[in-house]
Design a protein around this ligand. Structure first.
Ligand code: ADP
Length: 490
């Protein structure tokens, strides 16, 4: 199959969150399974073509892309995913993409991704490459299924192209004023009710993706069910229910070439299932980095996260004094909302021998925290898939999570699963979103931390589980076939 994978971020070139990891890993796995994948992504200012040895595509660029009455030059570069033959096409339009952040609140944010969407489709046309599948991700690419069916439906190249739209987080929808319809020029060419792209009197990129893609996916089975409800659907529940028979959950895999304590080059001491002694040494190293003395039998709680309300920081905030009364250490790596940065700063300053804090983005430290912590905290309000808890499992770092979305699909509560005779308990979880439940669950985890036999078992249950892309990529291939069938039988 020819698969066009369209994404607004992809490792190692650009990353703000899990979407980048998925975009770097899924195409690799698909290509291992003999699928022909090309990736299409913006070239943000921070991506330096000379470092990555990109080729400038003189034969195609500059593309001239028009939005309303202005025409923009879009320059195309071609690179490859590292150590692979997967082509990555980068779209450079300095006016739109040379900004300090990948995503902005600027008034032309809608135009930035209209331009990207059109440029992707027109590049595929110029490559004379007929995709069987166009796989779109998140709101930034939500217009593409619609554009293929409207603006570009004159082109026979797309006659057999089926579209897939993957929701990585239903909360980020790309909502803009209704005049976006004119900017994208999507009305007039196809007769459809405006309700397919409009929600609460706003033009909604994600709603367009959900309405027009042949198949919709999201990144875990539980999240696929949750987003059908008003509690989790963020207003998209009605259109998702309408498309329910075409909605599927596929858990993200993780890349064990990057996240494996046995081979991880970013941690000082490697370790594995057979011998966990390196883990203790990493813990010492990590604590020393923050000038915290390592004491025997004192569990180290780790957090790596965007500091956002989604991740449960409001709960943590309520019980920080209680947590700090416990005989524990806490190390947090994160950046995001000012309120939570302030809160964490306060506790790091008032409890310097107990709390280590790094505000910012630091991949090396993320690896060391996974390797050196005993317990990983992820009490998310909602979590489409979540990667850090899956990395934690592999690193023998026992996750304490709220039972929601991908967390529910990967972390099995030690008490619940063992009481039921299932020998798979690999972490601790709670259901009700409140701080008492979180504190109680942290205490349960600490209780078992002091029972060395139980703890080892919990760690090993996690380390043994395989969440690699192999399985998930097969599921995507099956769905691609379903989408193609749907398209052919229309
Ligand atoms: P989300 O995409 O919602 O932020 P995920 O758990 O799916 O959450 O993915 C987060 C990814 O970003 C993980 O790979 C995690 O290690 C990484 N990450 C998050 N915050 C930081 C940070 N401050 N420094 C380094 N890596 C981070």
């Amino acid at each position: 199959m020819n698969i066009a994978f369209i994404t607004s971020e992809v490792i190692p070139f650009s990353k703000t969150g899990g979407l980048a990891d998925v975009s770097g890993a899924l195409p690799l796995e698909l290509s291992k399974k003999k699928q022909n994948v090309k990736i299409f992504t913006p070239k943000y200012y921070s991506i330096d073509p000379s470092i990555h040895k990109f080729e400038y595509l003189h034969n195609i660029s500059p593309l001239k892309i028009r939005i309303l009455n202005r025409t923009y030059d879009v320059h195309l570069f071609k690179g490859f995913l590292p150590k692979s033959k997967i082509e990555v096409y980068f779209f450079d339009c300095p006016f739109f993409f040379h900004r300090s952040k990948f995503y902005t609140n600027d008034p032309d944010e809608n135009e930035r991704f209209i331009l990207f969407s059109k440029a992707v489709i027109e590049t595929i046309q110029r490559l004379y490459w007929a995709p069987d599948i166009v796989h779109c991700n998140d709101w930034q690419t939500g217009l593409i299924p619609l554009m293929i069916k409207s603006n570009y439906n004159w082109d026979r190249l797309f006659d057999k192209t089926a579209t897939i739209y993957t929701i990585h987080n239903v909360a980020y929808q790309g909502k803009f004023p209704l005049d976006t319809i004119n900017k994208a020029e999507v009305l007039g060419r196809l007769n459809f009710p405006i309700a397919k792209v409009e929600h609460n009197n706003m033009f909604n990129f994600m709603k367009a993706g959900i309405s027009f893609a042949d198949i919709i996916t999201t990144v875990s089975e539980t999240y696929a069910e949750e987003i059908l409800t008003a509690e989790y659907g963020e207003g998209m529940e009605a259109v998702l229910n309408y498309r329910k028979s075409d909605l599927f959950g596929i858990l993200n895999g993780v890349d064990y070439k990057i996240w494996n304590p046995k081979t991880d080059k970013l941690i000082p001491f490697n370790y594995s299932l057979d011998s966990l002694s390196g883990k203790e040494k990493n813990k010492k190293n990590l604590l020393e980095m923050f000038n915290i003395k390592m004491k025997k039998n004192v569990p180290l709680l780790g957090i790596i996260s965007r500091l956002a309300i989604q991740k449960g920081f409001d709960l943590l905030q309520q019980i920080m004094p209680d947590i700090l009364n416990l005989n524990i250490n806490l190390i947090v790596l994160g950046a995001g909302e000012h309120e939570y940065e302030e809160m964490l700063n306060y506790y790091a300053k008032t409890h310097p021998h107990k709390v280590g804090l790094y505000i910012g983005y630091n991949n090396d430290l993320a690896h060391l925290i996974e390797a050196g912590s005993d317990i990983f905290l992820m009490p998310s309000r909602y979590e489409p898939c979540g990667l850090n808890q899956i990395y934690s499992l592999k690193y023998g770092t026992v996750p304490v999570v709220r039972k929601t979305g991908g967390l529910a699909d990967t972390v099995y509560d030690w008490n619940e699963y063992n009481e039921n005779g299932l020998d798979v308990g690999n972490g601790f979880s709670f259901v009700d979103y409140n701080s008492d439940a979180l504190l109680h669950t942290i205490n349960r985890a600490i209780g078992d931390y002091h029972n060395k036999t139980n703890w080892k078992k919990i760690q090993l249950n996690g380390m043994k589980r395989d969440f690699s892309w192999e399985n998930s990529a097969n599921k995507y291939i099956d769905l691609y076939k379903v989408a193609i069938n749907k398209k052919t039988n229309k």
